[in-house]
Design a protein. Structure first.
Length: 284
């Protein structure tokens, strides 16, 4: 608001200089008429309104140049020429004032732009720092694992004990991470409290995912406590992948180091909302 008022002030100042230029030219014209009136010893009534102002101007001019000379009986007073020169100088002075106003305005706009950009950079940095601080404060996350027999092992003549395979998986993860799971949504859930060290967990999960076993794994990861979102991830049944929602993938960017890539799988409808699903990928 103040910026707009200041810019309006510059416009008004320019208008004032232009108005004064017109006044100067008008005064020159009136002064010439006044001079002619004096030379002809006339008495023009229409000049009465400006006579006092012109006489004051001539007094100032006379103090600068009081010379006069006679030409064929006509007294030529140089104070009129001085007055015209003063008004002409004021006219060009108004041009200089306009130029100076434009330069000051340009300097102000430049300073305002720099100040605005500085404030924007400071604000953006603060927002970035706040977001980073908020994201880094999210340390808790959960991992769910659901299993099923691979298609090539699902024939009647091949009997796969899914419970036994699940137990082997649970034992392997316990050996590597020292954790026991809890049952959740027909699968297993592991809880962790240090997202910054998720790479160590992912390393174990990729070994499970790519293990030479007759069962396939759908692994979901959710940072924070959005269990509703986690349930939606589980319901998508992305077997053979380690999946997460966009917020969990975004949180991964704020880890100091990371060994894995993230890639978007797609956007899925969840009632009247959508969920953006990503997956962890090993660097090729």
């Amino acid at each position: 608001m103040l910026h707009k008022i200041i810019l309006k002030g510059f416009d008004l100042l320019r208008s004032l200089w232009q108005f004064l230029k017109i006044v100067c030219m008008l005064c020159v014209i009136l002064l010439l008429f006044f001079w002619v009136e004096n030379l002809t010893n006339g008495n023009w009534q229409w000049m009465e309104f400006c006579r006092p102002y012109l006489e004051n101007l001539l007094e100032v001019a006379n103090s600068l140049c009081s010379l006069s000379f006679d030409i064929f009986g006509t007294v030529i007073e140089l104070k009129y020429i001085s007055a015209v020169l003063i008004l002409t100088a004021l006219f060009f002075g108004m041009n200089l004032a306009v130029l100076l106003t434009n330069l000051i305005e340009a300097g102000y706009k430049s300073a305002h732009y720099i100040n605005k950009k500085t404030q924007e950079l400071a604000l953006n940095k603060k927002l970035k720092d706040d977001i980073e601080k908020e994201e880094k404060s999210i340390n808790k996350y959960v991992v769910t694992i659901h299993t099923r027999v691979k298609a090539q092992f699902s024939h009647k003549e091949i009997v796969i004990d899914l419970d036994q395979q699940n137990k082997l998986m649970v034992d392997f993860i316990k050996e590597k991470l020292g954790l026991n799971p809890m049952l959740f949504e027909g699968g297993y859930m592991y809880k962790f409290d240090n997202y910054n060290k998720i790479d160590g967990v992912l390393e174990v999960l990729f070994k499970v995912l790519h293990g030479a076993t007759p069962i396939s794994y759908a692994i979901c990861i959710q940072a924070g406590d959005n269990m509703q979102q986690l349930k939606k991830l589980i319901s998508l049944k992305n077997f053979g992948k380690i999946t997460m929602a966009a917020d969990t993938a975004y949180r991964y960017r704020f880890n100091v180091t990371y060994k894995y890539q993230t890639s978007q799988l797609g956007v899925f409808l969840d009632n009247d909302k959508t969920i953006e699903v990503h997956e962890f990928l090993e660097f090729s």
